[in-house]
Design a protein. Structure first.
Length: 252
């Protein structure tokens, strides 16, 4: 996917009321941070701007120079830095909060990212993770077996497609405490569904490229989903996992 297409898809998703509520919940789970909060994998910077509106001293970090350039244009008064989740541009204990939204599934080694999160968080600092589980997308379809193949084939193209269900274990393994997990389901129907067609087209293409489905199956499946959008019969449900935890006090 081109970065322009990715940005357009993220903008459409971020504007959905359910996505707005989910971001707001992630901000609440950060608590009332007294210091710097990093939004890791910040993309175009929306969360950094929204945190700033809440009085939080936030900084956005992204591995993509293009994303950082875009974020700086969109939010010229905010702080954005280039950096990867495994090597953040902060010293030990420099942060009061750490947020990563739809990031860990892109990493081959999510555990390394959470070890880095623990390093940069001060004792008592909060970490909040938001992610979808790529194996559990739910679509209304007249061909459920074909839909399962396409969903699973798309998931298999993701570096860590099931990391969301492992948030709790990964946070505990990284030494965090007070770990809590919530699941919020995004439901896309009617007008909210049309931006999702791009994601479904990518899923069908990935399944076809992997050999999980034939070209005819992929094209027919996607045509049905487009017809469902046109006739207001489309339904996509996406479980979003939200995990929050605390870095424990330093031991002596």
């Amino acid at each position: 996917m081109s970065i322009d297409a990715l940005i357009a898809r993220l903008d459409a998703f971020d504007a959905d009321p359910a996505a707005v509520r989910l971001r707001t919940r992630s901000y609440e789970l950060l608590g009332d941070p007294a210091g710097l909060v990093a939004d890791v994998g910040c993309g175009a910077g929306r969360a950094v701007a929204e945190l700033a509106d809440r009085g939080v001293h936030a900084v956005g970090v992204d591995v993509s120079e293009r994303m950082i350039e875009l974020a700086r244009r969109r939010w010229p008064g905010a702080d954005f830095r280039i950096g990867g989740a495994g090597e953040l541009p902060f010293g030990d204990g420099a942060l009061a909060g750490y947020r990563a939204d739809k990031v860990l599934h892109e990493l081959a080694d999510p555990a390394r990212a959470l070890a880095e999160a623990r390093r940069v968080l001060a004792p008592g600092g909060r970490v909040v993770l938001v992610a979808q589980d790529w194996d559990t997308f739910v679509l209304d379809s007249s061909a459920p077996e074909l839909t399962r193949r396409i969903v699973h084939a798309r998931a298999d193209q993701i570096p860590s497609p099931r990391v969301a269900r492992a948030h709790r274990s990964l946070l505990l393994d990284a030494g965090f405490v007070d770990v809590a997990v919530e699941v919020h389901t995004g439901v896309f129907t009617g007008r909210t569904a049309e931006p999702m067609l791009g994601a479904l087209a990518a899923a069908a293409e990935a399944a076809c490229a992997s050999g999980a489905v034939t070209r005819a199956e992929a094209d027919g499946w996607l045509a049905e989903q487009r017809d469902r959008v046109r006739s207001d019969r489309f339904l996509l449900a996406v479980p979003m996992f939200v995990a929050a935890a605390t870095r424990p006090p330093a031991t002596t």
